[in-house]
Design a protein around this ligand. Structure first.
Ligand code: OSB
Ligand code: MG
Length: 384
């Protein structure tokens, strides 16, 4: 069975956060995603999204740039094309260098279309087996350790035992010590979002945090570095996990050769979609490396994509994309879901409904929808 792409609707979706999310590269005040609705010639529809930041501060890509490459290059190229499987579409797009966020919007929409067409849950399409998933929560970057503790306490009281703390130079040791002292039974990791340079001060600070018994250090150094991460990893007990630097499976293979990390954060948007994410998860699994699914403040669309991928065997560390559910104003008003139920620090998945298993509340979503575009294949080029 193949599907032929007849029409693609794209739109920018921005949902406001109830309070800002502060990280070393700046302050995030809203989600910023591009949602694609892809229709085949039979009228079936798949919905997907890429989630990014409005400015190029996390990676070089940013929402308006992603919008441009989608509308100028990727969506016109796809219109009228036929594929047997979404991974064939991903393969067909490899002639375009980079632009992984844009490709992730296409990949997730086509996987949804493909699983709906086969009347199977996306969990089955992605070969997921883990139906009960543990969640972690992320504490923003604060100057005052009392605020760090206050946010940590809130999550702890909800039953969360995996906590990620955002850090930056000079805003780490006191904050980490406070958390470690108050929550000795919690697993605490720190995420610097590439905020540190590799030098003696950084080595000393990381070794001091290592002494405190943290379980992971996410992306300490520059967004495009793997060499100095390897040097730093050599001097630490706890694993370094790459986020920003881990573009694709090639980077993971390089990182394995030079031992840049001992854990990996997979974000569907950052790596260009499910196909590449599966390659990374398989490569990591065969190297015995734990991975987990991270997020970029997704809308409900990307949230479902993340959940489905996290059911795969290798994604053994807790879900790291739950903060949009408490930070996005009216998150749960935007959809109804048959894919999951949240219960304290656990999410139960259900593989009963086809595709991503949600239906959008179009009225609620429309309030947050910005510019839109439509790409239609000329009827003459459409395969029967
Ligand atoms: O580094 O993981 C990151 C959000 C936006 C950009 C980068 C990151 C994040 C998060 C989100 O940490 C955590 C969550 O959604 O729970
Ligand atoms: Mg990160």
């Amino acid at each position: 069975m193949t599907f032929t792409i007849a029409r693609i609707e794209a739109s920018i979706l921005e949902l406001p956060l109830v309070r800002p999310f502060i990280v070393s590269f700046g302050t995030v005040r809203n989600t910023s995603s591009i949602v694609l609705k892809v229709y085949d010639t039979q009228g079936a529809c798949g919905i997907g999204e890429m989630s990014a930041i409005t400015m190029p501060v996390y990676k070089p890509e940013y929402t308006k740039g992603i919008w441009a490459v989608l509308n100028d290059v990727i969506l016109p190229f796809l219109s009228g094309k036929s594929f047997a499987h979404p991974r064939d579409a991903e393969q067909a797009l490899t002639f375009i260098r980079g632009h992984y966020f844009a490709k992730a919007a296409v990949s997730t929409a086509l996987y949804d279309l493909y699983s709906r067409q086969r009347d199977e849950s996306i969990i089955k399409t992605l070969a997921g087996t883990r139906m009960n998933l543990t969640v972690s929560r992320t504490i923003s970057l604060y100057d005052d350790p009392a605020r760090t503790l206050e946010e940590g306490q809130r999550y702890y009281d909800e039953g969360i035992r995996w906590i990620k703390l955002k850090i930056a130079p000079g805003r780490e040791l006191k904050q980490v010590r406070t958390l470690v002292e108050h929550f000795p039974d919690a697993k605490i990791m720190v995420d610097a979002n590439a905020g540190y340079e590799y030098n003696d001060d950084t080595i000393r600070i990381y070794q001091e945090m290592d002494e405190m018994g943290l379980f992971c250090f996410e992306q300490p150094l520059r967004w495009n570095d793997i060499v100095f991460h390897s040097k730093l990893q050599e001097q630490l007990r706890a694993p370094i996990a790459l986020d920003e630097s881990l573009d694709d499976v090639t980077v993971l293979r390089q990182a394995l050769v030079i031992k840049s990390c001992r854990a990996a954060n997979i974000k569907i948007s950052r790596v260009g979609g499910f196909g590449e994410a599966i390659k990374i998860e398989e490569e990591a699994r065969s190297a015995g490396m734990p991975v987990w699914v991270g997020g970029m403040m997704e809308s409900p669309v990307g949230f479902h994509a993340n959940l489905a991928f996290a059911a795969r065997d290798g994604c053994s560390w807790p879900l790291d994309f739950l903060d949009s559910t408490i930070l996005v104003d009216g998150f749960f008003d935007c959809f109804e879901s048959n894919l999951y139920k949240i219960n304290g620090d656990t999410i139960h998945l259900n593989a009963a409904a086809p595709g991503f298993g949600f239906s959008l509340n179009e009225k609620a979503i429309a309030r947050y929808t910005g510019i839109s575009s439509v790409h239609e294949a000329p009827t003459s080029t459409r395969a029967a």
